[in-house]
Write a protein that binds this ligand. Structure first.
Ligand SMILES: Nc1ncnc2c1ncn2[C@@H]1O[C@H](COP(=O)(O)OP(=O)(O)OP(=O)(O)O)[C@@H](O)[C@H]1O
Ligand SMILES: [Mg+2]
Length: 112
């Protein structure tokens, strides 16, 4: 299993959700976060002036998916979230060693 953390522009959330639904991804966690990348926040708001480091609102989508689906999910997220402008976001992927459905006690990829 892989955990995919996608930090995207808030206005891309609906499109990303629809695209994930279309490929049959059911479970996800959505978190409102703030952050900045290499422009340190400011050039996404104002140009040509100096500003303090700023934290901009972003959405973090967290999805745990079977290994075999990770690439497809990432491609789908990129296609949905990309505008081509700075601040489009990033996707981080890491291994997950276990998953458990609390209601039934079952575990493994089947709970995803
Ligand atoms: N190295 C990082 N670690 C954790 N979160 C990050 C990292 N880089 C970016 N983020 C998160 O992703 C969000 C979007 O980053 P962003 O797309 O601006 O990256 P960037 O490297 O500046 O690329 P771009 O030049 O396209 O803007 C940030 O607001 C922050 O929440
Ligand atoms: Mg940036």
């Amino acid at each position: 299993m892989k955990k995919i953390e996608a930090i995207i522009q808030p206005h891309k959330l609906e499109e990303a959700k629809e695209a994930l639904k279309a490929i049959g991804i059911d479970g996800m966690t959505v978190v409102e976060v703030r952050g900045h990348g290499r422009q340190k926040g400011h050039k996404e708001i104002y140009r040509g002036q100096e500003y303090q480091v700023d934290l901009l609102p972003k959405i973090k989508l967290e999805l745990v998916v079977p290994d075999a689906r990770a690439d497809e999910v990432i491609r789908t997220l990129v296609a949905a979230a990309r505008s081509g402008k700075i601040g489009d976001g990033k996707i981080f992927t890491c291994p997950v060693s276990s998953a458990l459905r609390i209601r039934t006690g079952e575990s493994g990829e089947g709970v995803l």
